[in-house]
Design a protein around this ligand. Structure first.
Ligand SMILES: NC(=O)c1ccc[n+]([C@@H]2O[C@H](COP(=O)([O-])OP(=O)(O)OC[C@H]3O[C@@H](n4cnc5c(N)ncnc54)[C@H](OP(=O)(O)O)[C@@H]3O)[C@@H](O)[C@H]2O)c1
Length: 337
């Protein structure tokens, strides 16, 4: 299938390109960015070694692409501030898999994490019918939510009552121009705009049930504090969870380690979702499973049915481009693409 990447020169866009270079089903055909990048070869603006056939692709402006979006599939890594109207316009004709937050909270648009809520893909039919679109929009969550939701899904069989989480998020989560070096060097910034609200609300929607063509969010309490730390890639999260049941730490670990719901599908980007490491660290563990595996560790019981643990994942891969590609693979496998 022929693919276009919107926001191709940004951090998430360039990650899409790397992950799709040798993809067996999806072939990069068009790379789109702002007017500033129009006409440049991709290898003039991208970091790292780019294969010749992709490096020589000339970047198109978004306005030019909108006049002629002739591809089979679009991955969007546009800033949320402009994604709304653009993605709606494109979805009239072509499926759009988006990293932007602008459509995540629409009732008929899923926030998909295949290991957690693959059945939410059924919303696509509802969306196409109600909106009269030939294409559709599927979003993936905010990067911290994507990492958190996977361990929560594996814990959910014990009944989740409450979740508290403190994130330590990498600089790359803020995009290319996100933070000045003077601001983040030798510092921790305990505020990321709208991030706490996103984690709290996206998690409830993702872990919710699809009933009569509507997602019923889960009703556990969840509270987040988000911080930015001087780490280049990989978000780390300290999670405190209250469960209905009171399993042993061994039982919890086993439940997370054995969580492998889509193995049989053999999706090209699928990796074991959760791996245990005694002391998870972004420098050591963010690239496990080619960046798709979430690491957890430091698991302790702190009271009856109360536990704490650390989890981490690659924000640009598991939390963005890789997650989006896995979403498209699942849709392809189900014959939706
Ligand atoms: N970074 C992460 O870890 C992460 C994780 C999950 C989700 N996301 C979301 O993914 C999206 C991309 O994030 P990012 O970190 O890759 O941002 P980024 O590094 O700032 O890249 C933004 C991209 O959008 C393009 N762009 C900006 N304004 C545009 C315009 N008016 N018209 C067309 N293209 C325009 C830029 O092109 P130029 O180079 O030409 O300016 C660039 O390619 C955002 O919605 C973000 O919230 C990011």
């Amino acid at each position: 299938m022929e693919v276009a990447i919107l926001g191709a020169t940004g951090l998430v866009g360039q990650t899409f390109v790397k992950l799709l270079e040798t993809h067996p089903w999806f072939e990069i055909k068009r790379l789109i960015a702002s007017q500033r990048s129009k006409g440049k070869r991709f290898d003039e603006v991208a970091v790292g070694n780019i294969p010749e056939d992709i490096g020589e692709i000339k970047i198109e402006s978004l306005s030019d692409f909108l006049k002629n979006p002739e591809v089979d599939l679009i991955f969007s890594a546009l800033p949320s501030s402009i994604a709304w109207g653009v993605e709606e316009e494109l979805a009239k004709r072509v499926p759009v898999f988006s990293n932007a937050s602008s459509h995540r909270y629409e009732e008929d648009i899923p926030i998909l994490v295949p290991e957690v809520n693959g059945e939410h893909l059924n919303l696509i039919e509802v969306q196409k019918k109600e909106r009269g679109w030939k294409g559709f929009i599927v979003t993936n969550p905010n990067c911290s939510t994507a990492i958190l939701a996977i361990s929560l899904k594996a814990l959910s069989k014990f009944g989740i009552r409450r979740v508290n989480v403190v994130t330590m998020q990498a600089i790359s989560g803020a995009g290319f121009n996100g933070l000045s070096a003077m601001h983040i060097f030798d510092n921790v910034i305990p505020y990321i705009e709208k991030e706490e609200w996103k984690i709290e609300n996206e998690s409830r929607k993702i872990l919710g049930k699809l009933e009569k063509n509507k997602i019923m969010p889960v009703n556990f309490k969840i509270s987040a504090i988000t911080t930015r730390v001087p780490v280049s890639h990989g978000h780390t999260e300290a999670v405190f969870v209250d469960l209905d049941e009171d399993p042993t730490v061994g039982e919890l670990k086993k439940s997370l380690e054995s969580f492998d719901p889509l193995r049989a599908l053999k999706l090209p980007s699928y990796a074991k979702p959760l791996l245990y490491r005694e002391v998870p660290q972004p420098k050591l563990h963010k690239d496990l499973g080619s960046g798709m595996t979430v690491t957890f560790g430091r698991m302790e019981r702190i009271g009856e049915g109360k536990f704490k643990y650390i989890t981490l994942g690659h924000n640009l891969i598991r939390g963005a481009a890789g997650g989006s590609i896995l979403n498209a693979e699942l849709a392809y496998m189900h014959g939706i693409l």
